[in-house]
Design a protein around this ligand. Structure first.
Ligand SMILES: Nc1ncnc2c1ncn2[C@@H]1O[C@H](COP(=O)(O)OP(=O)(O)OP(=O)(O)O)[C@@H](O)[C@H]1O
Length: 900
């Protein structure tokens, strides 16, 4: 995985919040730049700095010179000179320019990524950075020491805690700056020399007081003292042996993790510095300056590294020469929550030389490797600490001591992971970059909290990496820190250098964190609160408030501290209660709002449902209306057709009555493509009905003729009557059959209609079919009427027979009246020798006789009173369509009966 140098804010540098103030443009390296983007970005410690509230910006008192001032974190820049090889390679492209002591100008070389993005108008190609002080390539080690660390040593001897750490791209000169090379001794040996020079004659010789944990002191017994002496001697002896065996040899030791090789090359260089670090010019300060009278000092040193997020003790001297797996150290917190490295080796040193030998012994255990940029690259963060025990002459116990600390941290160089060919180097680079990223995030969060008190403070992620955890105290008021940024002016690593400078730009805007003294002020403010009990005035009574506020927390007595603890507990409880109430209120509000939303949703849903239902109802109403209209149309058409059929039937019947011929029924009406099934069925039924009617009528006519003939033959009355009776019975049976057929026809029609309307119809269709069935039933009734008429005919015939019998009995031998001949069948009488009747004769006959036969098949039977009594839709339609009845009185069976 390729990791670029990380932004301290956790964002790519180009995307993070710009803290720079943009100035005028420069042309020569610009390329295509967006007009709204200036080409120079200026990053300065003071330009965008908004001071925090005065009461929170606690002055860090670092001796008399710092008293009462707010001190910014010092960030120094050191530019290393280019080597001859680098010059030959063309690395010198003038991309790093020192404008003045505090201002640096970076110009992107043509091949750099920055120039490419600048050409696209995304970033600037020229960047300006400001630092506390810039040290040019020609700066000597002595000048650099005096400009940076010299004062720190003095501060530490006065009881302050100080941290100096170097940051930069690999091969930028960090280790060179701290430890030096050859004759050029670095900051650390110079600081050690200076320290011991100052403490000449003030050193505490015994080894019975040892620093432990965060900043505690342990009183050692004699056995422990012996152990400590043995450990120190073995370490120094080992260093001596190594020194005698050295000169160019390379020893390989197991790092305990990846079999990382440790070289002694650098130690070899350090050996060379033994003779020079006591040079008179490097010891410009005489001992004893500003030190408290009578105080003795005990100096202890520790050396450990953070490699791949594991802590290793570099002073854990192995008794055997065999490579062995290194033991990792654990980080712990003391009772106050201050982090410290558990079981770390602390060695008491009595001189600068001893201390230096300890450094060299530790260096032999450190993780180095050859990378493509640096043949002897530090692959870990190394932390060298000097603890100074200030022993007051009157002190009888360790409680009365004071401890100060000087820590020098040589951070591993940041670099692009993708450059690493080796998997182990890649892993190292990842871890290095991750811890540096965390350091950057911590610095950014500290800056945020210092600069913007109105915004909610951010949590400083000290616990996210081992490096930030061990350095946490220096950022939180237990001391002050100082950053040295090393850069390499080579054009090929311009992009990495730019990122490192942006990283440091954040640090330049930091002020030192509030010291522990503000805690005292806070505690006193708590005790002054009205909620505190009456004992809160104790502190004010006992001591002057301002004196205590400026003092250390240890100045407060146990009673006061316990009281403070009680107050703080109450505060915590109160805040918890407030939070719970707040949470309950929030929950209630959320629930009520949710309920409102739910009820509103329900209402909306109901409304939508009703609208939908109304719409659906309306749609179906419309459909039903359309269907009804269609059905009405359809059935009115159907009725019309039937009416026409019935009319045709009636006409044919009338014709038949008039002529005695069978007239073919009119063709069924329908569309050209053929009638529907229901139409066909009804048509067939009607045809059958008509044919049966015709048949019936024909039979009636035949029987009438026979009857007439029999009437003409005397003595055949009973025979005639019987024959008529039989024929009438046969006609009755036929009618019965006809009725059954009609019923069958009705059921056929019903089933046919159902089949037709299953998919299209509804209840209305069925109703309509029922209506049609009713109509058929009515037709059936009409047929029943016909049957009744036949019954009447039978009765009339009986009477007629009786009348004939009476006539015969009375001796009247007249031929039977012509009115007995069926109209339209003249041939029948001729055949039997009857006198042929002519139309004129027929007309001359009494109208009564002629009307009797007409009453059998009345051409306008619906005009009869009987028909009026049983009014059907058909009869009404027929009546309305037929011409007005003649004015002559309508004959009914009753009238007939009356007549005859
Ligand atoms: N100011 C300087 N003057 C002369 N030479 C220097 C200077 N700074 C660095 N060098 C040389 O540059 C090389 C790399 O330096 P150094 O090993 O200190 O880099 P580094 O930043 O510690 O690298 P890494 O992070 O990989 O450990 C060394 O050979 C060193 O001697």
């Amino acid at each position: 995985m390729a990791l670029s140098l990380s932004s301290p804010c956790g964002l790519p540098f180009d995307e993070e919040e710009e803290i720079a103030v943009f100035e005028s443009t420069a042309v020569e390296f610009g390329g295509q730049v967006r007009p709204r983007l200036p080409k120079i970005s200026v990053i300065s410690p003071g330009l965008d700095f908004r001071p925090a509230k005065p009461e929170l910006k606690v002055a860090v008192k670092t001796g008399s010179s710092d008293e009462g001032t707010t001190e910014k974190v010092k960030v120094f820049l050191r530019i290393r000179p280019l080597t001859d090889t680098e010059r030959e390679r063309g690395e010198e492209q003038g991309c790093v320019t020192v404008q003045d002591e505090e201002t640096l100008l970076l110009k992107a070389p043509r091949e750099s990524q920055n120039m490419k993005t600048a050409e696209k108008g995304i970033t600037q190609s020229i960047h300006k950075f400001s630092f506390s002080k810039i040290f040019a390539p020609e700066t000597t080690q002595q000048q650099f020491y005096e400009g940076t660390m010299k004062k720190m040593v003095t501060d530490v001897l006065k009881g302050e805690n100080r941290l100096l750490y170097t940051y930069g791209v690999t091969n930028s000169g960090k280790t060179y700056t701290i430890q030096g090379s050859g004759q050029e001794t670095g900051l650390l040996p110079r600081a050690l020399a200076s320290l011991f020079r100052k403490l000449q004659g003030r050193l505490y010789g015994a080894m019975d007081l040892k620093p432990v944990m965060y900043q505690d002191v342990k009183q050692l017994d004699s056995s422990e003292i012996k152990m400590e002496e043995m450990r120190r001697n073995s370490l120094l002896k080992e260093d001596k042996n190594q020194t005698s065996r050295r000169v160019g040899t390379t020893s390989v030791g197991d790092s305990g993790i990846g079999g990382l090789s440790s070289t002694t090359n650098f130690s070899t260089q350090l050996e060379d510095s033994d003779s020079v670090w006591f040079e008179p010019d490097s010891l410009s300060h005489s001992g004893g300056d500003g030190l408290e009278e009578g105080v003795q000092f005990s100096i202890w040193v520790s050396f450990y590294e953070i490699y791949n997020e594991f802590l290793y003790d570099l002073l854990d001297a192995s008794p055997s020469s065999q490579p062995r797996k290194r033991v990792t150290l654990r980080l712990s917190d003391d009772k106050q929550g201050n982090p410290y490295v558990k079981d770390l080796t602390w060695i008491q040193v009595g001189s600068a030389e001893e201390a230096w030998r300890v450094v060299k012994a530790g260096r032999r255990n450190q993780s180095f490797a050859s990378t493509h940029l640096n043949q002897n690259s530090s692959r870990s963060h190394s932390i060298f600490s000097i603890r100074v025990l200030h022993l007051h002459p009157e002190a009888t116990s360790s409680q009365a001591m004071h401890i100060s600390e000087l820590t020098v941290c040589d951070l591993a160089g940041s670099e692009r992971c993708k450059e690493q060919r080796n998997g182990e180097r890649m892993k190292e680079a990842n871890n290095i970059n991750t811890s540096l990223l965390t350091l950057g995030r911590c610095i950014a969060a500290l800056r945020h909290n210092q600069n913007s008190k109105l915004r909610p403070p951010q949590v400083v992620p000290f616990r996210d990496s081992k490096l930030t955890r061990v350095l946490q105290g220096f950022f939180c008021g237990r001391g002050t820190s100082c950053m040295v940024v090393n850069i390499n002016p080579c054009a090929s690593i311009y992009d990495e250098t730019l990122q490192a400078l942006k990283f440091s730009a954040i640090a330049t805007q930091l002020v030192h964190g509030p010291s522990t003294k503000t805690r005292v002020a806070y505690i006193l403010s708590l005790l002054r609160e009205p909620t505190a009990n009456n004992e809160s005035t104790v502190v004010e009574e006992e001591e002057d408030e301002s004196d205590i506020e400026d003092g250390d927390i240890s100045l407060l007595d146990t009673q006061t501290l316990l009281q403070t603890v009680d107050i703080l507990k109450r505060v915590v409880r109160r805040q918890q209660n407030e939070k719970e109430v707040l949470e309950a209120n929030v929950r209630e509000e959320v629930v009520s709002e949710m309920m409102e939303v739910v009820s509103r949703m329900q209402e909306d849903f109901n409304e939508t449902l009703e609208t939908q239902m109304a719409l659906i109802e309306e749609r179906y109403e419309t459909k039903l209306t359309i269907l009804e209209t269609h059905l009405k149309k359809f059935y009115s058409q159907e009725l019309k057709e039937r009416d026409e059929v019935i009319e045709a039937l009636s006409a044919s019947l009338e014709k038949k009555q008039n002529k005695g011929e069978r007239v073919p029924l009119p063709a069924p009406l329908g569309d050209s493509e053929g009638p529907r099934r229901s139409q066909r069925l009804s048509q067939i039924g009607v045809n059958r009905l008509c044919s049966e009617l015709d048949q019936c009528r024909a039979e009636l006519l035949t029987k009438t003729q026979e009857l007439t003939m029999q009437l003409e033959v005397p003595g055949s009355d009973s025979l005639l009557t019987n024959a008529v009776e039989r024929k009438l019975q046969a006609g009755q049976r036929n009618l019965q059959q006809l009725r059954l057929d009609l019923q069958r026809l009705g059921s056929d029609l019903q089933s046919g209609e159902r089949a037709c309307c299953r998919n299209t119809g509804g209840e209305r269709l069925r109703h309509t079919l029922t209506a049609v069935d009713e109509m058929l039933i009515r037709q059936n009734q009409i047929l029943m009427e016909l049957q009744n008429n036949l019954t009447l005919v039978k009765a009339e015939l009986r009477r007629k027979v009786e009348a004939l019998a009476q006539m015969q009995a009375s001796g009247c031998g007249r031929p039977p009246p012509a009115s007995f001949a069926v109209p339209g069948t003249p041939g029948s009488c001729t055949k039997r020798g009857c006198v042929a009747t002519t139309p004129s004769e027929t007309e001359n006959r009494p109208p009564q006789k002629r009307q009797f036969f007409q009453s059998l098949f009345p051409p306008r039977k619906y005009n009869t009173r009987a028909a009026e009594g049983n009014v059907t839709p058909y009869s009404r339609i027929l009546r309305s369509r037929q011409p007005s009845p003649p004015p002559s009185p309508v004959l009914t069976p009753r009238t007939l009966r009356g007549k005859y």
